[in-house]
Design a protein around this ligand. Structure first.
Ligand SMILES: [Fe+2]
Length: 255
């Protein structure tokens, strides 16, 4: 079971809402798609941990649907703070694996003895994320029937990143109950939002943040200063689930 983790594509059609997404981001995403198609074996699943769009117009999501169309495997995605739930569901919904009905864009996929739960952590109009009681109730219900090897996909990291500036823009509601809900067994938590790859052993859990092909930051440990952009090479991780429950993480560099 091979899972590719992408995040923060920040694709746009007219202009970059953040003003930061690289002008050739659609070409870079085409290269990532080509790289995924070149893998042997190919990933069984692609997960995207939010900010698929930079502004979230219907045209943006049509572009995303078009760029991802060559991928034959299921794609699972959660929204980020730069996505728009309605447009994302309307334009991309049929392409997204395990997308649940309701006002949040949660999703669930069970494949190859692995459970993947996509948790919508967005607060509309704010960069920070939140897990309200309704979302945490959903998570608790879904975990009751989850495989021992379970991945949680969410845009906002529930753990601190060691960079105080960014941590203020992370999850601001629900961490305590989230931790209590997931603590029954170790989970693998895949996030985005920070635009810099990062791994953490968090309690009994493994957490990972994927980098962004659109723009990345220098994250200086402990710094309270606003991070500056970095030209560090982009790579995305492949999580290779083994029969004994262990997971190898390979990095794919896309130049
Ligand atoms: Fe982002």
């Amino acid at each position: 079971m091979l899972i590719a983790h992408l995040s923060d594509l920040h694709l746009y059609t007219r202009r970059s809402e953040t003003g930061q997404a690289r002008a050739d981001i659609r070409c870079v995403v085409e290269q990532i798609v080509s790289d995924l198609l070149s893998l042997e074996p190919r990933p069984d699943l692609v997960v995207i941990s939010g900010d698929l769009a930079d502004g979230g117009t219907d045209e943006d999501y049509r572009l995303i649907r078009q760029l991802l169309a060559p991928l034959p495997m299921p794609i699972m995605a959660v929204p980020g703070n730069h996505d728009r739930r309605e447009a994302m569901r309307h334009i991309l919904g049929e392409r997204l694996a395990g997308l649940q009905a309701g006002r949040f864009l949660h999703s669930r996929v069970d494949v190859g003895g692995v459970t993947l739960l996509g948790l919508d952590s967005v607060i509309v109009g704010k960069p920070q994320g939140a897990l309200c009681s309704e979302r945490l109730d959903w998570l608790a219900r879904e975990l009751e029937k989850a495989e021992p090897l379970t991945f949680l996909i969410m845009h906002h990291p529930p753990f601190m990143t060691g960079n105080p500036h960014w941590d203020a823009y992370s999850l601001i509601e629900g961490q305590e109950r989230f931790m209590a809900i997931i603590d029954a067994s170790p989970k693998r938590i895949l996030c985005g939002h920070i635009h810099q790859p990062l791994h953490i052993h968090w309690g009994a859990h493994y957490g990972a943040i994927a980098g962004s092909p659109a723009f990345q930051y220098h994250l200086v440990p402990g710094s309270t200063a606003a991070p500056t952009e970095s030209q560090v090479a982009y790579s995305y991780p492949l999580h290779h689930c083994q029969p004994d429950g262990s997971v190898l993480v390979h990095l794919r560099h896309v130049t």
